[in-house]
Write a new protein. Structure first.
Length: 235
């Protein structure tokens, strides 16, 4: 099993199963892992935080049953992430990443990030926090800054969350550089959205060490080549 707290020697490739074949999920996951993907990224959407609805604990459990050794990075695009800590841990999730936009102080009646991080650790998972493109550097500093030492990963969204296949938003690179200057060696910086062979070097140069890819990987007819090219961006 991958140790996410270990600084990698090349960008880790997180295959986002949102673009996999839902009718042949385990087989499609095995295919990208066999071609060099390092972990799987699972996008959970609740129809409220984003309008789309995707998957939950049953999908995590199903993937885990077929792939006992793969690291499962779960990205919760949901209003109430605290409702899913125990069920996702039991289903086999390794990392549980929730959005800063549902937490205090951005949402005054929202989640207490410090308490949630503790619950995630107590459940045996790695905690991660996610920031959306419109969230400002100041909001990032106030919302994630105080927790940076307690997180195993910060995820920078480089598209507006909700679906695969959108265009990369380069303005998020400034936030990535800000995070890179402040995170300890044990904390990964992940980027998600619009990453392909052309945009991955920009993400990596700004400090990203985990690259999420859905459409560029699953949609390619040479998946191994895409992974090799993304890893060649260096760290
Ligand atoms: C977007 C999801 C992403 C998405 C990425 O809301 O969080 O993980 O699957 O898709 P691509 O790589 O196609 O931009
Ligand atoms: Zn995602």
């Amino acid at each position: 099993m991958l140790d996410i707290t270990q600084p990698p020697t090349h960008p880790l490739i997180a295959a986002s199963i949102l673009s996999a074949d839902f009718g042949a999920m385990a087989k499609d996951c095995q295919d990208v892992l066999g071609k060099g993907a390092d972990l799987l990224h699972i996008d959970v959407m609740d129809g409220h935080f984003v309008s789309n609805l995707t998957m939950g604990a049953d999908m995590i459990r199903g993937v885990r049953r077929h792939l006992p050794d793969v690291f499962l990075d779960v990205h919760l695009m949901v209003q109430r992430p605290g409702d899913y800590v125990d069920s996702f841990a039991q289903a086999g999730a390794n990392l549980f990443a929730f959005h800063v936009e549902v937490c205090k102080p951005m949402r005054p009646d929202g989640v207490d990030a410090g308490e949630l991080i503790k619950r995630i650790r107590d459940a045996g998972m790695s905690p991660g926090m996610v920031v959306n493109p419109p969230t400002t550097l100041q909001q990032l500093e106030q919302g994630i800054g105080p927790h940076l030492n307690d997180l195993d990963l910060v995820l920078v969204m480089s598209v507006i969350p909700g679906r695969s296949g959108q265009k990369f938003i380069p303005e998020v690179l400034e936030k990535t550089r800000w995070l890179k200057e402040r995170t300890a060696p044990g904390t990964r910086i992940e980027m998600d959205g619009g990453l392909n062979v052309e945009t991955t070097p920009l993400a990596v140069a700004a400090g990203t060490d985990v690259i999420v890819t859905a459409s560029a990987l699953f949609g390619s007819d040479d998946r191994a080549k895409v992974i090799v090219a993304m890893k060649a961006a260096g760290v």
